[in-house]
Write a protein that binds this ligand. Sequence first.
Ligand code: RB5
Length: 142
Amino acid sequence: MIALGCDHGGYSLMQEVKAHLEERGLEYKDFGCYSEESVDYPIYGKKAAEAVASGECERGIIICGTGIGISMAANKVKGVRAALCHDCFSAAATREHNDANMLAMGARVIGPGLALKIVDIFLDTEFSGDERHVRRIAMIED
Ligand code: RB5
């Protein structure tokens, strides 16, 4: 199950992400927002993050205008490692090295073609499990 959260700036791109997940047969839970009416991104970043932190969802995808505010909000939730990615290399690296459990993107930064490619890489790349990465992730949690 993938937790989804966005604000008005990310709403349109999130509709494309949802259609893409459906095409791939992947289940998601949409924590809003549900229109392009102006809302506060921390509400939706935190809701999606709490679903990941609780184990209700294995991964999360969050989108705002820049991806910055919503990733800041999500990363305040203990156990969440939200990575802001606007390129394919970072999406793969943050899974391999950081075991990121949430992907943040900015809908005003990248287009849907690249965003959906980043989503696929984020969902399909496994954590390396290397000792040094396990150790460093544990240090974040302290
Ligand atoms: C909303 O206008 C915008 O500030 C928000 O989507 C995001 O970019 C914040 O970081």
